[in-house]
Design a protein around this ligand. Structure first.
Ligand SMILES: [Zn+2]
Length: 238
């Protein structure tokens, strides 16, 4: 049985290290994009807090300018009323009266606008406070996750360096004819695994039924057998 063979076990070891190495390569390669996606999400959350605050502050400043406008119109009304006491001519008095009526109606308009804005301010303040509280907390959590991802990435990079050294060493220990078959299979097979156990007469790499010749070769002969469907090195785990 080839599976029990020490040389074959070394080949299996090489295979599992190669697969781990490919997986790590992929993870390390994808990491910057993953971190970038996290950064994007963080930016969106931060932006929503900024927008909520800007909305609230904008309404506050609208309210302040309305307040000033109303105050100055009220001042003007008082001033014109005092002037009415001083004028002699009836038409001058009437002109001031018209101006006062106009001002009072404008003041009423502005006061109505102000009431609407004050109502909006209540809602906007609440939204901004929720945003600052909950979202800031979420942002902090997301930033923590992002930093952890980065740290994991660094760990994976150094694991990869160690693993590549180990693979180099393992390759030296694998029987040369096994190694050349393995390397050839790795170039033919479109994706890993390159070695697959057979179960129920099916290759677990391509999930297709292998021929009886393949099964008997795997069970009897002490040489490497390939799946007659996909070309992977096949074996039986016993
Ligand atoms: Zn196969």
């Amino acid at each position: 049985m080839l599976f029990q063979d020490a040389d074959f076990q070394k080949l299996l070891l090489l295979h599992s290290r190669d697969r781990r190495c490919q997986k790590l390569h992929l993870e390390v390669k994808e990491l910057p994009q993953e971190v970038a996606r996290m950064e994007e999400k963080i930016a969106v959350e931060k932006k929503s807090v900024e927008l909520a605050l800007a909305e609230w502050k904008g309404l506050e400043s609208q309210n302040n300018s309305l307040e000033k406008e109303i105050l100055s119109m009220n001042d003007l009304v008082n001033k014109q009323r005092n002037r009415q006491l001083e004028v002699k001519k009836n038409e001058e008095y009437q002109a001031l009266e018209n101006e006062i009526v106009n001002l009072l109606s404008k003041i009423e308009e502005r006061e109505n606008e102000q009431i609407e804005i004050l109502l909006k301010i209540d809602g906007a303040r609440e939204t901004a406070e929720v945003a600052q509280g909950k979202i800031s907390q979420r942002v902090a959590e997301m930033e923590k996750q992002r930093d952890e991802r980065r740290d994991q990435g660094e760990e994976k990079k150094s694991e990869l360096i160690d693993l590549e050294k180990e693979i180099e060493e393992t390759r030296k220990e694998v029987e040369p004819s096994f190694l050349s078959t393995y390397d050839r299979v790795a170039t033919i097979v479109s994706r890993p695994p390159y070695m697959a156990p057979i179960s129920d007469q099916k290759c677990s790499g391509c999930h297709l039924r292998v021929s009886n010749d393949v099964v008997s070769s795997v069970l009897v002969e002490k040489k490497i057998t390939q799946c007659d469907q996909c070309g992977r090195i096949v074996y039986v785990e016993r």
